[in-house]
Design a protein around this ligand. Structure first.
Ligand SMILES: Nc1ncnc2c1ncn2[C@@H]1O[C@H](COP(=O)(O)OP(=O)(O)OP(=O)(O)O)[C@@H](O)[C@H]1O
Ligand SMILES: [Mg+2]
Length: 254
């Protein structure tokens, strides 16, 4: 680690271009340790691209940042050892059983032999997969796949986790359970960076950033964002989201 007092995530003017297309346009923000930080934005806004730069999968085109005190450009391998990442398309192996997927990820994340069994049991129990241990992963419902995928990302007890649309396609009860677990982890000091399209997920976050066309167009608590929209009485987060995007588009045209 560099400084002892670093934020969990620090990003300064981060940019990602694919050829001539700017997917993430000079964004800057910090995430405090133990914070649940929600990253919202329409399809194609740049959420997954940002997460991939923070997780050491994509190298930024310009800008700088740290995750857990490690440099996102020079220390990508250290970052990978210290974070949990749940990708948008749960990276589980469909033709492995539940138990085999857990084994596999426990090897990838280098869970020490002394802890392996205990951590693997924790995932099974946390995900409620006791009766499905030997089932092929492809036979699981979306909700169970999500829980297994989250469990695999947490096997090595990372202090910072990145969750890319972890609740898409999951029923309200499973989402509620999921958020209970996330909040419980955050209360022990784990930092959570989560993208979502669901506004009730967003209400569970300590702070939100709204990204649109690669630019962060608003950031703050859900209360602060709601206060920005003065044209609607008691706006919902969804109203806020739509209104900020419409305003951004109007200003862009001027
Ligand atoms: N590897 C790539 N090569 C070229 N363009 C890419 C690549 N990855 C992403 N993009 C483009 O960058 C933009 C941002 O994509 P990104 O996946 O970050 O969006 P997102 O906010 O995660 O959207 P969604 O809500 O649909 O998951 C999109 O226009 C996408 O087509
Ligand atoms: Mg995405």
């Amino acid at each position: 680690m560099n400084a002892a007092n670093h934020n969990a995530v620090e990003v300064n003017k981060l940019e990602k271009r694919f050829g001539g297309f700017v997917a993430v346009n000079h964004i800057s923000f910090d995430v405090a340790r133990g914070e649940i930080f929600g990253f919202l934005g329409p399809n194609g806004a740049g959420k997954s691209t940002t997460i991939k730069m923070l997780c050491g999968i994509f190298t930024p085109s310009s800008g700088s940042g740290t995750v857990g005190g490690f440099d996102i450009i020079r220390e990508q391998n250290k970052i990978k050892q210290n974070i949990g990442y749940m990708s948008q398309r749960f990276s589980l192996y469909d033709d492995l059983t539940v138990e085999e997927n857990i084994e596999f990820y426990s090897g990838i994340y280098g869970v020490p032999a002394s802890k392996k069994q205990q951590r693997e049991n924790w995932v099974i129990e946390m995900a409620g997969l006791e009766s499905f241990k030997n089932n092929l992963t492809r036979t699981l419902s979306a909700g169970f796949k999500q829980r297994l995928s989250l469990g695999c990302a947490l096997l090595h007890e990372p202090k910072i986790i990145f969750l890319d649309e972890p609740t898409s396609g999951v029923d309200p009860i499973a989402r509620k359970n999921f958020w209970n677990l996330i909040k419980q982890m955050a209360s022990t000091g784990v930092t959570v960076f989560v993208t979502t399209h669901y506004m009730d997920d967003a209400e569970n976050c300590d702070r939100l950033a709204l990204i649109y066309k690669g630019t962060i167009i608003a950031m703050g608590t859900s209360g602060q964002l709601k206060a920005e929209v003065t044209t609607i009485i008691k706006p919902s987060l969804e109203d806020v989201f739509v209104s900020l995007i419409e305003n951004y588009d109007k200003q862009e045209k001027q």
